[in-house]
Design a protein around this ligand. Sequence first.
Ligand code: GAL
Length: 963
Amino acid sequence: MVQLFILLVANCQPQLSYNGLTTAIEWDNYSFFILGNRTFIQSGEFHMWRLPVPSLWRDIIQKAKAAGLNTISVYFHWGLINPRPGEVDLTGINDYQPFFDAAKEEGIWVIARPGPYINSETSTGGIPGHVAWIPGDPPWNLYNGELRSNDTFYHAAWQDYWTGVISLISKNQVTNGGPVILLQIENEYYNGPGQNQYVDQLRQRAIQLGVVIPTFVNDAGEFDNLVNDTDLYGFDAYPLSASGCGNANPAIWPAIPTTWRAYFDATVPGKPHFFPEFQGGSADNWGSTGGYANCRELVGYNFQRVFYHQMWADGATAENFYMFYGGTTWSQLPYSQGYTSYDYGAPITAKYGELKLQSLFLRSFTDFYMTDLIKTDTTTVPNVFITQLQNPLSKSSFYIFRPNSVATTNTTINFQYNIGQANTLVPQNGASLTLLGRDSFVIATDLSFGTSKLQYSTASLLTFLELDGSDLLVVYGYTGMPYEMAFELSGAVTQIITGPTQVTGKATNGTYILNFSPSTGVTLVNLTTPSGQDIAVLIADYNAATQIWQPTIAGRGNFVNYVGMSASTPLIVSGLYLVRNASLDEQNLALWGDVGENTKIEIFGPSVIASLTWNNDLVQTLTQTGTGTWQAIIPFSTPLVSLPDLESATWRYRDSLPEIQPDFDGFAMVPANQTTTTSVFPPYYGEPWILYADQYGFHAGNLVWRGTFMHNSSTTAPTAINISSSGAVNYAASVWLNTNYLGASDTRARTNNNTFPVSDESLIDGENTVVVLQDHMGGDLSGQDMCCTPGGRARDLQQPRGLQGYYLGGLYGERAGWHLPGYDDSLWEERTPFQGIAQPGVGFFRTTFQLDLPENYDIPLSFVFDSTIGHYRSQLYVNGWQMGKRIANIGPQTAFPVHEGILDYHGINTVVLSLWALGNGTADRAIPSFKLVANGTYAGGIQGISTNNPDWTELRGNFGVPL
Ligand code: GAL
């Protein structure tokens, strides 16, 4: 009945149902339906704002599509879009219309997650500084307004952002022909008096702005929060913990959760089991020892196999991997504990193969979208946890095998098991199923593909396609491990094997059984019968399987590139680094993708193919094989990549701490002269001035405080200066009296109370200057300090940064625009960052170089600092964008990737380093080395990347800032 109804809907315009929701997105207890099609939402998270080059967004979309995903989930960043009260900027890097358009064109749905609060390891979870410090709602609240609540001032604060961002999302809903299918409200939020009301206010406003797709919340775990406050509910799961993965021990895993299915069934009966975030990697923190390499190992291929399969076992049919592509938390966007890279150990850089294998399976075998739990079995095979799922209509079953415990296990278990409608003990040939210590596999039984029927396969299913009237099933397994497959096939079967794997076949009573152990590469098994019932099986070893691509071919009408709508998948390509796209026009197969070496490929596709183009060039080597497949060599020629040697480049230097000079003119600083605060964290002493940077509109970056006091021989000489500074863990502060460096607070504590002795000689008769330079480090995340913060949860976002009558500003070099291209440094002293500065202080170093990299290649570049430990902090600015921050005594990041688009690959580039020396040792006052390196060379990639880097004249000169 359900399916009949679906067909009807698919042919109609989406309607609005009685509650105002569109019928374009529906669900039952098994899964979602998109435009009438039962859909397994297989999604990856991507933040456009972490890749601030709009022309590269399509690159990520294409890589998601090629991995077999059908959806991308995106956070929006309130602080970037609404940086000042009343200003909503949806232009430039905030203009997401090209992203929505590209997603639609490529055939990817979008889950929109505009917050307003997003967490996401970004400063204050995305809440702009001007909002974090809103006043309270008098008279009942003396302090700052309660963020993320129905507080009057907070309510007023989100209106502009929400109206702007929701209008954009609304315009791109699937009902308007766009790709957006779901809208998340808030993030990881809680039940509470003003909180449920707030979530409702956000949702109602979204509806007013035209939202007709379902809304949902993302609970922070199985916590029953806001379950019925929106249309749908999901929770996020990070079984290996969400941050600090650089210090974790990859050999130790926690137990695999077994509560997910029961929790969903009890909490949201009748709704799909939906994970708006499931661990796709992990965030790393300042000071981690292993960095992202360690995270990638911890949350690696084994984790994907065991935990993602477990999610399936618990009935998930909507899963979003956070992150698919991590990117860069550039400038001052990181939260207090996060460093610049948001690599996240995400699958686009590693683990892509396993994600693709799982996603193509899900894309191809739609019987999996509707299953009931038949049993979990933990007793038949000691130490093995087995889940059987079954499609109630087709009776296909899926048996998911995994070790009972994976805490530390590394043992291999061999066994046989009864499966399928026929209850067959497999393998029938007497061999064993093998479960490796930290692995998992799925056995499908009684499964139709095309017009053929698989009785079972102990090899993993990848995909299937119809090839000129016969069905081709693609399977894979580990090299050397035995597998068995059984097909319904009657009559005399002729078996032809092409490829390296030895395959034996045996016919009994209408069943044809194959046994094999995959050899390296792909092997085609053609089974033909006199009745014309033909089946082909392509067997790949695991690694070869990860090199198999199944691009979509556009159909007709609307949503032409969406699988499940009108797109088709009539061919596979084996043996390439990346296939982004394909088209089949008349007899020409056109493929687009990336390749890093001469590559032999094989194409399994319809017989009409007569020619092949690769990235628009005709491939001359195409030949057809005896079995009807095509082979070709995709050529690669190594281009000349010449990069500048930054160590022998000319650098120019200028001191960036003129504030310590007695005659400093106060350039671009604001008076810090407020005497009252609504902060719940009271200053300790030093009345009357309130020295909290956020109170003056400084919400990030390096902060310079400058104050003066009078002294002469008739007053008692101070013997010490006491500074209580407050930042986040990992902040630091340096203190000067007149031009004398007094020292640093750099303990990795949240606040420091330092007493710096003052000698008589360092005092001036008259006006004395005290300068404090501190690192803001970005805001905290909600809940970070739940244990110890007065006032509760929302207060964590309002931790002050500052000192407890000064002038306040950012780094002088930033105020003056020395980090920008086009600034005239010709009169600056010639000096390199490797020579550094003479004493603790701040210097800016500038250089420029020309790049002229070959066209039609993807050549990722990184700037790499030396890993030597030194007591300095350095910010890297590339063509005006702050693309990195190195803290050389905390680490761990030394390599800072910078994309084409920020870098001009065909022009002049300006690179600037700030150097804040906190100590007086040689390693504290200079950067030992700094290089530009290429991280690979691939022919292909996205072409026509535009650069948009405003220069000094535009950003400073036009405002009258002196050179
Ligand atoms: C989730 C949160 C995300 C991100 C993630 C950890 O709980 O929703 O925004 O912070 O944790 O990387």
